[in-house]
Design a protein. Sequence first.
Length: 116
Amino acid sequence: QVQLVESGGGLVQPGGSLRLSCAASRSTFSMTAMGWYRQAPGKQRELVAFITSSGGTNYLGSVKGRFTISRDNAKNTVYLQMNSLKPEDTAVYYCNTWPSPTVASWGQGTQVTVSS
């Protein structure tokens, strides 16, 4: 199983930016489609964005145009650049495989709080 470690979260004001990183342990990372997911308090976990092994991307409608997912296969890392953050983006953000998250690979996630 792949081990995933998320980082880069924090407290930011509305309109601010953050860049999340997810480091994967598996050497076959470059062949794996990856997703960023988030879970807000009292809500179900949802897919925010995914990136295929060839670099194709797609986004949750509410983040389209504000978030950008990318990957660096040489570093076994996937990123989520988040701009124009809104209070409703507040959540714990996780990365995992896409379209089928690996249950054993859910990490601690990284907390993103958007508040003035």
